[in-house]
Design a protein around this ligand. Sequence first.
Ligand SMILES: [Mg+2]
Length: 246
Amino acid sequence: MGAPPPPRPGDAVLFDLDGTLLFLPVDVERLRGTLRAFFLDRGVDLAFRPLLPRVDEAVRLVLERRGQAEARAAERWAAGVIARAEVAASAQVLPRRGALAALAALRGREIPVAVVSNNTRSGVEKALAAVGVEPRSLAAVVSREDVPAPKPAPDGVLLALQVLQARGWTGEEGRARRVFLVGDAPADAEAARAAAGIVAGSGISMVSIGLPGGRVTLESLPDAPFDHRLEGEDHLRLWAEAVAGS
Ligand SMILES: [Mg+2]
């Protein structure tokens, strides 16, 4: 493994949002309790851990047991509750140390930066704005609402690449295009790996970087299939700034 190579002109960098660029204080335990009570009333008993995949499972079970109308209503209700919790949390969002400096360093070298998040679009845009990042200043912002399946599926990464290419990202002539994905969770590493398999042979190579100290505990990160890790509190900034000397 070892330290990741620094980004250079022609590369692109995709960031996860929560735990990577910023901390969005969603009260997840409260949300789990709300979801659990709602679905218990519909005969489904789940712990909602991890949250999003279990919501899908709960909706499937309601569909099997109660039919399509109730399942659709449950899906809409759950999506609304989760979206409202994310938007409410964006009032108290805090940037991760070094993240804004890293964004500035990358953009200073015209390296396109995109966000690929499992949160809702309104939650992502409000959280970015709350830390002073205008969503439209980024090359792409992909939320879970923009893709069929959230991370660990590769859909969000692939959509971000499509948007980058549509906006004219062609890399540097004569060089393979490298796309870094920086994240704090195993789902980020898995999404990058799945996307790498799909874009293999197209001249794009994926490089995933795990950032400890986000939402996911240090104990669970070593098992995640990241290509590299950035250890230490300020290493995200130092990695992005290393571009100047590369
Ligand atoms: Mg995260």
